[in-house]
Unconditional design. Structure first.
Length: 320
């Protein structure tokens, strides 16, 4: 495991990684005065410019090193979806000054997806293309809200949506023509789609019958697969999937404990078993696996049980 460090504060978290190994996320600055979007490359952390405000977060990076996320604007007046290159930042909602928006994912064609609120306060799944008007995706007739989490290079978008007659959150897939498919459940009332790969395989979570616990889910080939979680866990969520159908996420336990989890070949694996002895002795614990690339590198959130600090990490799961 590589501790990616911080910008001087006691917190950082990694949200995305591309196939070149560039990691994106956020970190608190010195004295924890601000949380700033950043990227890590070759072991170095680089702070990204905000849109003029104090705080920002980077959520995803594509293969061309463009980064999607969110930032406060001047005087912390609004929260807007942001696009960064290595050299510059762009306010994706500059023409909608009084709206709130967040960008969660970007594909290799530069299409960015997330959510925005219209003047009526309604949450809309949104796609931005730099220099063009945003495109809004509907949950269907009598829409209640829609929310986009990820996009692949075929233009398939996944997220959550609800309508007035179905007000609970349902995992949703928007096709390139704008039509929507509501994905299967595990017997409970709500489901959540978090990520999609180039094969159209989707991961997330769904509540089980009774709605007291949720389980990580893989939607593939028209089927809904319960991925389960680690032994003795009470719930699980999948956050990322690569082209090898390796899935990463988290298993929750009693007393709010979390363990970073890898699902591979149908088996849930505790990533903490791959921590080197020195890291364990220092108190590090892998709490969440947030994303993975096609080489099997995994990023997420590690907690130090001695100091209480949270740091972004990068790891490849091999025996210590």
């Amino acid at each position: 495991m590589l501790d990616l460090g911080t910008l001087g504060g006691d917190y950082s978290r990694a949200y995305g990684i591309n196939n070149a190994g560039i990691v994106v996320g956020s970190s608190r600055t010195e004295a924890n005065l601000a949380e700033r979007a950043c990227y890590w490359i070759n072991g170095e952390i680089v702070e990204l410019e905000t849109l003029g405000g104090q705080h920002s977060i980077a959520f995803d990076i594509n293969e061309n090193a463009y980064i999607a996320g969110v930032s406060y604007t001047d005087n912390n007046a609004n929260i807007h979806a942001a696009l960064w290159s290595i050299y510059d930042s762009v306010d994706l909602s500059a023409d909608q000054a009084n709206t709130t928006s967040t960008a969660y994912a970007i594909d290799d064609l530069g299409r960015i997806v997330g959510n925005s609120y219209n003047v009526a306060g309604q949450e809309k799944a949104t796609m931005w293309i730099w220099g063009a008007e945003p495109v809004f995706y509907s949950a269907g007739p009598s829409e209640f809200f829609a929310f986009a989490n990820d996009i692949n290079n075929s233009g398939q978008i996944v997220g959550n949506s609800a309508t007035a007659d179905q007000p609970l959150r349902r995992a949703s897939l928007w096709h390139s023509d704008g039509s929507i498919t509501h994905l299967g459940s595990l017997g409970g009332d709500e489901s959540f789609a978090k990520a999609i790969n180039e094969q159209g395989q989707i991961v997330g979570a769904a509540y089980l019958a009774g709605n007291t616990a949720a389980a990580a889910v893989l939607w593939a080939d028209g089927q809904t697969y319960n991925l389960g979680g680690l032994a003795d866990g009470i719930s699980s969520v999948a956050y990322g999937i690569n082209e090898l159908t390796e899935v990463v996420g988290v298993t929750y336990f009693k007393q709010q404990r979390r363990r970073a989890t890898l699902w591979k070949d149908g088996i849930a694996i505790d990533l903490n078993q791959y921590l080197p002895l020195q890291a364990r002795q220092q108190g590090w614990h892998l709490a969440v696996a947030q994303a993975n690339n096609d080489s099997g590198w995994i990023v997420g959130e590690a907690v130090n049980l001695h100091s209480g600090e949270t740091h972004a990490y990068l790891m490849y799961p091999t025996r210590p």
